[in-house]
Design a protein around this ligand. Structure first.
Ligand code: SAM
Length: 170
C-alpha cells in the first residue's frame, strides 16, 4: 500500500500541480493520495478520471497531516531536495511495509523532516514535486507501474502514429 501525502496545498495556487501530483501518484503505482487542505474540486476531477480510466486509486482531502503521520504504521519518506541521495535511500527502505510519501507545495515545516524515517532527494537541485514523485515511484517499484492493468472504460493502446483508443462504455 503506497499513499502520497500532499502538504501545504493552496486551493487557488496549487490546483493544477496538485491534480498532476494525484495523477502521477495513480499512474506510477500509488494507491491513494491524501491532501491536507479540503478541495472538493480536485477530489471530483481525480475521481472522474478514475471512473473513466479505471483502477482503485483513492483520494481524500481535508485531513490533519500531523495525525496521519503520527499514526502511520509503516515507513515514511519525505521527498526534499535537502534529503539523502535517492540511490542510497532506496535500498534502505523496507518494501514490505506500507509506505507514506510526503511532498510539499510551499515551505515544509522542520517537524516533517524530523517525523520522516527518510528524507530523500531526487538530485539536490530544486525542481518539482511532480518530477520527484514520478522518479521516486519508478525507482521504488522498479518500473512495474508500467505493467499495471487499470481495466478502465477507456483504454489507450500504444501507437507510433495516430490515437488508438478503445472505449468499453456501452
Ligand atoms: N521551497 C520549498 C521547501 O523549502 O521545502 C519546496 C518547494 S518545491 C517546489 C515543492 C516540493 O517539491 C518539495 O516540498 C519537495 O517535495 C519536491 N521537490 C522539489 N525538488 C526536489 C528534489 N530535488 N528532490 C526531492 N523532492 C523535491
Amino acid at each position: 500500500m503506497i499513499t502520497v501525502l500532499r502538504i501545504g496545498h493552496r486551493i487557488s495556487r496549487d490546483k493544477r500541480i496538485t491534480t498532476h501530483v494525484a495523477l502521477v501518484a495513480r499512474a506510477f503505482g500509488a494507491d491513494k493520495i491524501i491532501i491536507d487542505t479540503k478541495d472538493n474540486k480536485i477530489e471530483d476531477n481525480v475521481r472522474s478520471i478514475c471512473a473513466r480510466f479505471g483502477g482503485d486509486f483513492e483520494i481524500e482531502s481535508g485531513v490533519d497531516k500531523k495525525k496521519i503521520i503520527k499514526e502511520w504504521g509503516g515507513v515514511i519518506v519525505h521527498l526534499t531536495m535537502y534529503g539523502e541521495k535517492l540511490n542510497k535511500s532506496i535500498d534502505e527502505i523496507d518494501k514490505n511495509k506500507d509506505l507514506l510519501i510526503i511532498i510539499g507545495a510551499e515551505k515544509v515545516p522542520p517537524q516533517i523532516y524530523e517525523m520522516a524515517d527518510f528524507n530523500v532527494s531526487v538530485g539536490n537541485q530544486p525542481h518539482s514535486e511532480v518530477a520527484a514523485l514520478a522518479v521516486f515511484l519508478d525507482r521504488y517499484n522498479m518500473g512495474s507501474w508500467n505493467e499495471k492493468q487499470f481495466n478502465g472504460k477507456i483504454e489507450i493502446l500504444p501507437s507510433n502514429k495516430g490515437k488508438k483508443v478503445v472505449s468499453k462504455d456501452k
